[in-house]
Design a protein around this ligand. Sequence first.
Ligand code: FMN
Ligand code: ADP
Length: 294
Amino acid sequence: MLFSEVADVPQGPKVVAVGSFDGVHLGHQHLLRQALAEAKALKEPLLVYTFDPPAKVFTRGEGFLMDLTEKVEALRALGVELILAVPFNETFARRRAEEFLEDLRALGASRIHVGEDFRFGQGRRGGPEDLAQVAPVRTVPLLTLGGEPVKSSHIRALLQEGRVEEARHLLGRPYGAYGVVVEGDGLGRRLAFPTANLAVHPKKVLPPGVYAVEAQGAFGRYRGVANVGTRPTLGGGERRLEVHLLGFAGELYGEEVRVSFLKHLREEKRFANPEELKAQIARDVMAARAYFGL
Ligand SMILES: Cc1cc2nc3c(=O)[nH]c(=O)nc-3n(C[C@H](O)[C@H](O)[C@H](O)COP(=O)(O)O)c2cc1C
Ligand SMILES: Nc1ncnc2c1ncn2[C@@H]1O[C@H](COP(=O)(O)OP(=O)(O)O)[C@@H](O)[C@H]1O
């Protein structure tokens, strides 16, 4: 069950894990598995108390790895049943640390799980030690992989550089994005590569460049090639995510498509003319087929 207000959450003692959990990466998964195990041992439910959008997206204007729908799905996949996602806005950002502690009391927190770098309340004044006023706190050290702490901000930076394979390693699953197929300029078909243009949230982090992808929706599951870019060959424009599905023929307008970024193939380029772009996309398709062993 998903709640947006403290008052809506069912009464009773519960283990509470608090954080933005953007990306639900391996570090988050480690923390949440520990919290789930403790909840089970205590015969209490686990509540994940999270923020929408993630606090840093609001305070620093960063992009997000997951919107609430994606986060809820990833949390459910781990076995989390109760989720409180409070809107992180102007008002919430100004709340004093003490008010946040009041929330935790009202929620019936019997144990609190947070990462060691968790801060809360106006000016980030509250830390894990303050939470102990409410209930025993489990402060989980940041998981490190290859000597680097697994952090959402690091994954965002990798994705901005197109490094989707490294991001996948830290996320524990391929990085994904979804959107409804909208009309483009009708040029894809003329190039012999129809591309579904996905309407993606403008704040969603997308890795720039050309990728081998997997795409799925009500129409099925396909492999494909995707481009995230501004299409400089055709005059440029807004950032777009476009995908050409291998072996698919039909209409996708209005369908929701989910794309998983599997392999970076190249950077987006400006070609001298559409024919050269078309020839390059044909080579991209070959590269993707080779990646998939087709
Ligand atoms: C695999 C793939 C690679 C692409 N690479 C480039 C590129 O390097 N440069 C570019 O200007 N456009 C690139 N595009 C974007 C095409 O310009 C765009 O898909 C085409 O113009 C269709 O536009 P439309 O969907 O609005 O009809 C690529 C598209 C795909 C599917
Ligand atoms: N293999 C395919 N991969 C992606 N889209 C396809 C494919 N086959 C047909 N389509 C359809 O073609 C549309 C894209 O055609 P295109 O000429 O690129 O037009 P536009 O991008 O202007 O909508 C998609 O939205 C989808 O409905």
